[in-house]
Design a protein around this ligand. Sequence first.
Ligand SMILES: NC(=O)c1ccc[n+]([C@@H]2O[C@H](COP(=O)([O-])OP(=O)(O)OC[C@H]3O[C@@H](n4cnc5c(N)ncnc54)[C@H](OP(=O)(O)O)[C@@H]3O)[C@@H](O)[C@H]2O)c1
Length: 333
Amino acid sequence: MKAIQFARFGGAEVLEYVDIDRPVPKADQILIEVSASAVNFPDIRERSGIYQRAETHVGGVMLPHVTGLQAVGRVVQTGTDADTSLLGCKVVALLPEKGGYAQYVAAPEALAVVLPEEAEDNLIASLPGQGVTAYLALNASTQIKPGETVLVQGAAGGVGSIAVQIAKLLGAGLVIGTASTPEKRAFARNLGADLAVDYEQPDWTDSVLAATNGRGVDIILESIGGDIFEQNFDCLSTFGRYIVFGSTRGPGKPFEPRRLMPRSQTMTGLYMPVYYQKPELVREALTFLVRHVLDGSLKAPMSAVMPMSETARAHRMLEERQVAGVIVLDPAR
Ligand SMILES: NC(=O)c1ccc[n+]([C@@H]2O[C@H](COP(=O)([O-])OP(=O)(O)OC[C@H]3O[C@@H](n4cnc5c(N)ncnc54)[C@H](OP(=O)(O)O)[C@@H]3O)[C@@H](O)[C@H]2O)c1
């Protein structure tokens, strides 16, 4: 089968379009013939070798490696303990062992959800990693309550664009997104953000305070890092919840936990793969996402469909911040 593999860590150039053997499903797995997969920012961090470092070791990588943490496709084989009635079904799955950048991938049955035939494969493929992260941030890391105000950092990104919409679906009051360009801010507003702020401006937190009558937001979904990590505190309310799940610009300065005391704030870390230990919650999230895309209340954030053979270009586009939403990969090309 065709796959995108890397045999060393580095820039997008290490991604190679190769022929490798099909995976063999383990007892609790299903083998999926992939019709669509997608690129996540963590794929780039994996490719760069960041996850190999001691301080960011969140599941090291063995080389050579096929990354890709999500896929849509049809079940063509089941492991000895997996449900044979899944054979032939269209599914969406998360992939703890990765491998989504390929024409076939093995996935735990427990992390797959059967799709109705009318579901559009490319649209659904833009949801899993990004959408489950966003769902867990608002339903597990914290429980958003109706009317609460939310700041979504990087609101035009994969996770951010779904988080804006999930916040609204769950009854949020004001939802504020941040993004770097007018086009991306318009994109975030089109998804339902009430306000989109340019966080490249040094005084961006003033806009958030102004929109919340000086109070700050109840919840911040933070994935940017760098200076933004600290600046967030300027617009987090008393009792505010700070959910940290990424550091696209690097981790920033060390954090002093007593910083949370004066205003009784809470900080919670989120690493989506940890929730593979709670497959029922992952499936709940996937089911929520698919249901809302099918009933039209959630816009799948697919920005483009690219041939899988051009995955290196897709990675570069993400790294150069040229993407609003999620790039979907077509494994047939
Ligand atoms: N903890 C977890 O389990 C988990 C799961 C999934 C993702 N993540 C993390 O969540 C973040 C978002 O992931 P994603 O897949 O949604 O990524 P994405 O689609 O690339 O979105 C990231 C957004 O970050 C913004 N950004 C700000 N500074 C950037 C920089 N220096 N380089 C690149 N982008 C920058 C970009 O928006 P602007 O250009 O508008 O600034 C972009 O839209 C990443 O940090 C990722 O590692 C964590």
